[in-house]
Design a protein around this ligand. Sequence first.
Ligand code: DGL
Length: 277
Amino acid sequence: MTNSIKHPIGIFDSGYGGLTILKEIRKALPQYDYIYLGDNARTPYGTRSFDVVYEYTRQSVFSLFEMGCELVILACNTASAKALRTIQQKDLPDKAPGKRVLGVIRPSAEVVIHRTKTGHVGILGTSGTVSSQSYVLELDKLSGGALTVVQEACPMWVPIVENNEIDTPGANYFVQKNLKALFEKDPLIDTVVLGCTHYPLLIRSIRQYLPGGIDIVEQGPIVAEKLLDYLHRHPEMEMRCSKNESIRYFTTEHAAVFSEKASVFLTEAVEAETLHL
Ligand code: DGL
């Protein structure tokens, strides 16, 4: 750890997906230091049980704390759905009072309620996010039950992204299949939430197979704006986040492989380091 980085903002995902969030956060808040951690060795999280996702996420968050992060963003819907609440309510008060962990589901839901006109919203997510019902519950609460929310789990999309198979016939096949299934459940949907941070990497395919006029909700810009707002409302945390415009990347898998793929996704050079959890 260089001396210039004291308290970076931690961005965590099970793999590459959180890079879509990191990119937008750095665009909106370039002055801060960041550490990105991808748990590529144990991805995907989307098909794993509640307990396993919680345990993996907890370990990752506490590693980021050990590296100096005061604030960690779970840039992963599955981790936000299955681990955030327990970490916030049990682990932080016990073991890391003063540190904060934020997720991506609530900020997305707050925006979605204002974007739909028909009141019919489609959620695309991992099996874990869909079965947790987190989006359905959150949207229900925020809209007072005024929205119709239908979900479709897309279990093949994360492996496609993790294996860099985007824009291939195989990727197109699965994207078309899941979008068709979503709209068969509810043809009145006018707003589709990409409720997994990996999915924006499939955006070309998604646009190709979505019916015209559908509003696609990508989380990157939303999470970035909500973080900006959070830091305004919490000056005590803002002051603790160091500002040297630096970024470090960690993966629980091969650093060279991560660097190569992340460079493609971010369209800039990335030099990752391996972290053993
Ligand atoms: N990117 C994660 C999300 O937003 C999940 C990917 C995975 O299944 O590991 O849900």
